[in-house]
Design a protein around this ligand. Structure first.
Ligand SMILES: [Zn+2]
Length: 268
């Protein structure tokens, strides 16, 4: 069975109701989490959180707006590469880094993890890779965070075997089986939040866990089917798909077969 280890690599702050409509105007802390997923035959990292590269690449110019909208709190010791090193792990010990999507708070640590292959949504990457300037900013993508040779070491999850999911994971019916995970790590599309936004089902000794990334910022969002503020809709990839995904999480949660983990939950 797979084991999951959670990390927090920095956090940002913003107003509660931006993340959850009606949640008020208090300033809340949204941790940037990453997970280490270990099975008998592999070790995958789910996202990277913030890293010093995020601060470097959002200091000036158009991308400085990114930090103005979501002020970032990050110390050198928060870097995921540093936290992995403290556990005796380096990029070479990772089977792959899986990116849930291409927002800065999920990919900023890539430059610290060069040498590890990357898995991602091929469709999402194709929609994102050439964005620059204001068009990139509007999609939460900071091109400078992408390491050189990135495209030579990446694999699109769409090339993985597509498998049927057990009934207990309904309404999700199919997933991409991560090679070498013996069916313990299964990737699903959770469209709406960002281009190529992915989640994963992980089979642990305690049962199924879903890494739902940024499909919601609070469990209250999928339990009560409440989205973020209308302002936040402007940066969503597709609002209709976002609410479809939220409904799916709502159904999954009501069946109580799966523990759902969100990257930024905790504040609300
Ligand atoms: Zn995001």
């Amino acid at each position: 069975m797979a084991t999951l280890t959670v990390f927090e690599a920095g956090y940002c702050t913003h107003i509660a109701c931006m993340a959850l409509r009606g949640a008020g105007f208090s300033v809340c802390r949204f941790p940037a989490r990453a997970w280490l997923i270990e099975t008998a035959r592999g070790r995958w990292l789910w996202d990277t959180g913030y890293a010093s590269h995020f601060l470097d690449h959002t200091r000036h110019g158009v991308f400085a707006w990114y930090r103005r909208v979501t002020p970032v709190h990050f110390n050198a010791g928060d870097a995921l590469a540093w936290q992995l090193r403290e556990r005796g792990l380096s990029a070479n010990d990772l089977t792959a880094v899986i990116l849930s999507h291409f927002h800065g708070d999920h990919i900023a640590g890539l430059r610290d993890l060069q040498g590890a292959p990357t898995c991602l949504s091929g469709a999402g990457w194709n929609a994102t890779r050439s964005l620059r300037g204001i068009r990139a900013l509007r999609k939460g993508f900071v091109p400078g965070l992408i390491p050189p040779d990135f495209e030579t070491s990446m694999t699109a999850v769409e090339t993985f075997d597509r498998v049927a999911l057990p009934a207990e994971l309904a309404p999700f019916t199919h997933a991409y089986a991560v090679p070498g995970s013996d069916g313990e790590l299964l990737i699903v599309e959770l469209p709406g939040h960002a281009a190529g936004h992915l989640g994963a089902f992980v089979a642990t000794a305690q049962g199924w866990v879903m890494l739902a990334s940024d499909a919601a910022w609070s469990p209250a969002a999928y339990r009560n089917l409440v989205g973020p503020s209308r302002l936040t809709h402007a940066i969503m990839d597709d609002a209709t798909q976002y609410y479809d995904t939220l409904h799916k999480l709502n159904q999954l949660d009501r069946q109580k077969n799966v523990k759902i983990l969100l990257t930024h939950e905790g504040a609300l």
